[in-house]
Design a protein around this ligand. Structure first.
Ligand code: PLP
Length: 422
């Protein structure tokens, strides 16, 4: 597989290098030089999810790993269901929240963990990362008990919900969690400073489990083929709740290699840089605002250059395939209630995708909205807005009374670095 740095195109890497380096020189993103169409689309559409996904990824990485190896990695990574639930005659929900941490981030994190493990030719590597909640849980579960890999996760003490904390701080084994006296920015600062130290980097073979890692995108391409396998229709429209725009990038890659998806809706909350860009043709991120769909509170989405690259930076071409829509918190609550009328319980991110879909869907189109999180992940909002009680899913029930194994630490980079060098 050949990839280049979008900022410095002369920096060319293969898949393994892109996975291990994560990000290129001058913080440029790695992206695929050229996508080839799948030649066996009809054949793979009738396969089961794991088998089909192995074919899609093997095709994308252009044989850099054997099919059997890819199949093994995909089976380990995608060990949960990907159901589609019909909401009305022409509207279906793609549920991506049946993994260990109840959000779609499990797809990317679990496949990335398999890649790091496969490409790890050192005896021992350490994944060091900071989290404000969801990513930490997905990363912790993805790397749990993988041999030769140690994981250290920093998070702001008292700033994430109790259940969120229990989800990744009770695992033990190769997962170490640190509750930092400070905020998320402190955690990020501490992680960066550890990466800046040659001594620490070498001692631990530090690797980051960054959200812009190319392996995460490849994993996410797979579920768009699940949609197509159920709705092979020339009039398929998919609405994606978007923050950093990785999920939409993956959908566009699927389309590029042959998934018959007519168009996409990019649905955002009040952090509306992309929708405004499509209307005004100027890129002008505002200050990030807090919304009820907080995993999408991103005002400068890092994956956007990859999307522009897919359309050769031609905005007119892009607009033929992507339309964008903005939903306020109030509109999000209304959409949750509208879905409840159809008997479907959704959390805010999912509701935004639904609201964006129905406002543009034509009678002859088949609509799919992507659900990125289990309603119980946002239990307070869901119970309050919909006036219901929802039971805790097994994954949360199983950890809620377990002991929190985190170590409390101060927000001093010096003390943290000393600890890492001991
Ligand atoms: C991360 C996340 C999103 C946004 O996905 P992007 O790929 O960053 O656009 C949406 N919903 C939930 C629940 C998330 O965790």
């Amino acid at each position: 597989m050949k990839l280049h740095n979008l900022k410095i195109p002369t920096q060319q890497v293969n898949f393994k290098q892109a996975v291990i380096q994560g990000i290129g020189q001058e913080r440029g993103l790695f992206f695929v030089n050229q996508f080839k169409k799948l030649e066996n689309l009809d054949e793979i559409l009738i396969m089961n999810f794991v088998e089909r996904s192995s074919h899609v990824i093997h095709h994308l990485i252009d044989g850099e790993l054997s099919f059997d190896k890819v199949y093994e990695m995909v089976s380990n990574a995608f060990n949960f269901d990907v159901p589609m639930v019909e909401v009305t005659d022409n509207i279906t929900c793609l549920e991506l929240f049946h993994g260990q941490t109840l959000a779609f981030k499990d797809f990317g994190a679990r496949f990335m963990a398999q890649c790091v493990s496969a490409f790890n030719d050192k005896n021992h590597v350490t994944i060091l990362t900071a989290t404000s909640g969801d990513t930490g849980a997905a990363v912790a579960h993805a790397f749990y008990k993988l041999e030769g890999i140690n994981v250290k996760i920093l998070y702001p003490k008292g700033k994430i919900s109790n259940l969120q904390e229990k989800l990744f701080c009770t695992l033990g084994e190769n997962i170490e969690t640190y509750a930092v006296e400070g905020d998320f920015d402190d955690c990020q600062r501490m992680v960066k400073s550890a990466f800046d130290s040659d001594d620490i980097r070498k001692k631990h073979n530090l690797t980051s489990a960054n959200s812009i890692n190319i392996s995460r995108l490849l994993a996410q391409v797979c579920y768009y083929f699940e949609v197509v396998s159920k709705y092979y229709d020339d009039n398929l429209v998919v609405s994606v709740p978007s923050g950093n725009f990785g999920n939409l990038t993956a959908g566009l890659i699927a389309r590029q290699i042959g998934a018959p998806i007519k168009r996409f809706v990019a649905a955002t909350n009040a952090n509306d840089t992309v929708p405004r860009y499509l209307i005004e043709n100027t890129w002008s991120p505002n200050k990030t605002v807090e919304t009820v769909a907080n995993a999408m509170d991103v005002s400068d989405p890092s994956n956007w250059p990859r999307i522009m690259s897919l359309f050769n930076n031609d905005l007119d071409k892009l607009k033929q395939v992507i339309s964008a829509t903005i939903k306020t918190d109030v509109q999000t609550f209304e959409a949750m209630k509208a879905l409840q009328e159809f008997g479907y319980i959704a959390e805010p991110h999912t509701a935004i995708a639904y609201a964006g879909l129905i406002e543009s869907l034509q009678d002859d189109e088949q609509g799919v909205f992507v659900s990125t999180a289990h309603p119980a992940k946002f239990i307070e909002t869901v119970e309050e807005v919909l006036d219901i009680e929802i039971p805790l899913p097994e994954a949360l029930e199983a950890v809620k009374d377990k002991e929190n194994l985190s170590e409390d630490i101060s927000n001093s980079t010096e003390l943290f670095n000393q600890m890492l060098l001991k």
